[in-house]
Design a protein around this ligand. Structure first.
Ligand SMILES: [Zn+2]
Length: 326
């Protein structure tokens, strides 16, 4: 018997609006290292962060162009199956992987470009401050659509690192994506440094921060000061809610918050927020199945933020801005 009672299906409403607005945009991922979790390395899942970096180094060394291509292709098919219209992925460009990931990524784009817009960012995963690392950064920057890095890779020389990365992007007229403030701790100040350096280099509107979670751990007045600075720098922020929902317990006292990018507050300050899946079935996130809806839902729920028009922008137009797609 057909029911006469109808129910409000909020999820379907949001998904329909995302379709009407051009489809999902995945604004952050590491597809060259996706699907690298194995029965063997899963035993190391509780290792310390630097030990996982060592494991990734071993994966980079032992991977072939074919194995990296297979990982990217499987990830892209997962995105296409969800109606993702555009995706970006970091591609490691380091002395250990050399140009294997670049070659695999180029092949994957050739195969899948008719089904989805695909952009790549170079990732100098060990920093840029030695001659050899810088050489591979330069090679990666030539290949990539956008320039990228992780600020912490050259800690405590973050300013020097940023100056090299921003100058390169400025010279090549490319946008920049930088991992910042990932650890959900009050003494990370990377988003603020990125905003200041963006203005110093005249790169307003060209710089995207990835994560920005630690802003949550600062007092409201501090957060608002930094949001004002980010707005002045015309920064975009990408949230990857599932990827850092596992932030560690700590005895450090901070304002009460969830370890998810404060997208509601940033949006109120005029900072566009986009969304990405980040790590997919790898040693950092062995359970992450790359489901865009789950990430968007967590962003809404963790921030108690249900402004549907803004949420649809997070999934679509803000992502296109972060990817430099007009
Ligand atoms: Zn990342």
């Amino acid at each position: 018997m057909k029911s006469v009672v109808s129910f409000y299906d909020l999820k379907q409403e949001i998904l329909e609006k995302i379709r009407e607005n051009g489809g999902w945009v995945n604004a952050h991922a590491h597809l060259d290292r996706a699907y690298t979790i194995t029965e063997e390395n899963f035993k190391l899942v509780n290792s310390k962060r630097h030990e996982k970096w060592m494991l990734n180094a071993a994966i980079r060394k032992s991977s072939t162009v074919e194995s990296i291509y297979a990982r990217i292709a499987k990830s892209l098919e997962l995105m296409i199956s969800q109606g993702v219209a555009a995706t970006i992925s970091y591609i490691d460009t380091t002395p250990d992987v050399q140009d294997k990931a670049i070659k695999a990524a180029q092949k994957a784009r050739d195969v899948y470009k008719s089904q989805m817009q695909i952009k790549y960012i170079c990732l100098p995963a060990y920093g840029v401050l030695t001659k050899e690392k810088k050489e591979w950064f330069d090679i990666g920057a030539e290949f990539a659509d956008l320039i990228g890095s992780t600020l912490k890779t050259d800690s405590p020389h973050e300013s020097e690192h940023l100056e090299i990365v921003l100058q390169k992007a400025k010279d090549m007229k490319k946008m920049v994506h930088i991992h910042v403030d990932e650890l959900n701790i009050p003494d990370e100040h990377e988003t603020e440094l990125l905003a200041k350096k963006t203005i110093e280099f005249g790169m307003q509107g060209k710089v995207v921060g990835i994560h920005g979670i630690s802003l949550n751990a600062r007092p409201k007045q501090e957060r608002e000061r930094i949001y004002t600075l980010m707005h002045k720098a015309k920064m975009i922020m990408v949230a990857c809610p599932i990827s850092w929902i596992d932030g560690w317990r700590s005895e450090v006292l901070t304002p009460t918050h969830n370890s998810v990018t404060p997208a509601d507050e940033m949006t109120a300050f005029g900072i566009p927020v986009a969304i990405g899946i980040d790590n997919l079935y790898d040693i950092f996130k062995p359970m992450n199945d790359g489901n865009m809806w789950n990430d968007l839902r967590l962003l809404m729920e963790a921030n108690r933020w249900f402004d549907i028009d803004e949420i649809v922008k997070v999934a679509t137009v803000n992502g296109r801005r972060a990817l430099g797609i007009t």
